[in-house]
Ligand binder design. Structure first.
Ligand code: PXP
Length: 243
């Protein structure tokens, strides 16, 4: 089965916001990623607007040639924006103001009623919705109850593993979760903390359809350029599947 790469461009906006300049252009960056193998462009409109701004979402939507995957918290404000912009995909994530990045998966199980309501509203706008959750059977069951077609498994614990044994354990958790979700008819995407060094093992999990990768690609772009950083990662995904 093929595997798709979603490139998260949040940190192009981080660089721009650091100086309040008009550059670097998110549109140029997204188009370079798309021309270099990205199958979709992911962006997270955070409540504190620390990187992506409302206008970025609107402008990108009219310029992307692949798909927009809008990451957002399950708030009324974000729901309103999504229903105006109509991204092809929407990934619901947990959000805490002080965190450096998304720290863990959504606790869907403890808020099924609300999550179901949000997912239903998004899908009524033809937006393919995914829930970003940990590799946890309880959360997968809750996602199934919400009726979402897709989950995105949080790979951050795998990426942060302090030892080989821990990394293997986390990888097994991810692959068991993928198997379980697929048995329920749910598509599995994954992402967070993935780099050129740790992605192969995840990409080898046949049931994963899409990997969303941001920080490592944008960082690598400083040395090799954004086109090369994107195409290198895409090649790695495809090679992982070919093995
Ligand atoms: N997937 C989700 C749901 C995320 O929140 C993020 C980070 O914004 C990513 C993937 C990409 O993570 P990273 O930037 O560590 O590659």
């Amino acid at each position: 089965m093929s595997i798709f790469l979603g490139v998260n461009i949040d940190h192009i906006a981080t660089l721009r916001q650091a100086r309040g300049t008009k550059y670097p252009s998110l549109i140029d960056a997204a188009l370079i990623c798309e021309n270099s193998g990205a199958d979709s462009i992911t962006l997270h409109l955070r409540e504190d607007r620390r990187h992506i701004q409302d206008n970025d979402v609107i402008e990108l939507k009219s310029r992307l040639t692949t798909k927009m995957n809008l990451e957002m918290a399950a708030t009324d404000e974000m729901l309103k924006i999504a229903s105006n912009v109509l991204p092809e995909d929407c990934c619901l994530v947990p959000e805490k103001r002080q965190e450096l990045t998304t720290e863990g998966g959504l606790d869907v199980a403890s808020q099924i009623v609300r999550m179901k309501e949000v997912c239903t509203q998004l899908s009524s706008n033809n937006i393919k919705t995914s829930l970003f959750i940990d590799a946890d059977k309880r959360q997968i069951d809750a996602a199934a109850e919400c009726g979402v077609p897709i989950i995105e498994i949080h790979t951050g614990h795998y990426a942060d593993a302090a030892s080989k044994a821990e990394s293997e354990l986390e990888l097994k958790r991810i692959s068991d979760a993928c198997e379980y979700a697929v048995s329920l008819g749910i598509q599995v995407n994954a992402g967070h903390g993935l780099t050129l060094l740790n992605t192969t093992a995840v990409a080898k999990i046949e049931s994963i359809v899409e990997l969303n990768i941001g920080h490592s690609i944008i960082s690598r772009a400083l040395f090799v350029g954004l086109a090369n950083a994107t195409s290198e990662m895409k090649a790695l995904l495809l090679e992982s599947r070919a093995i």
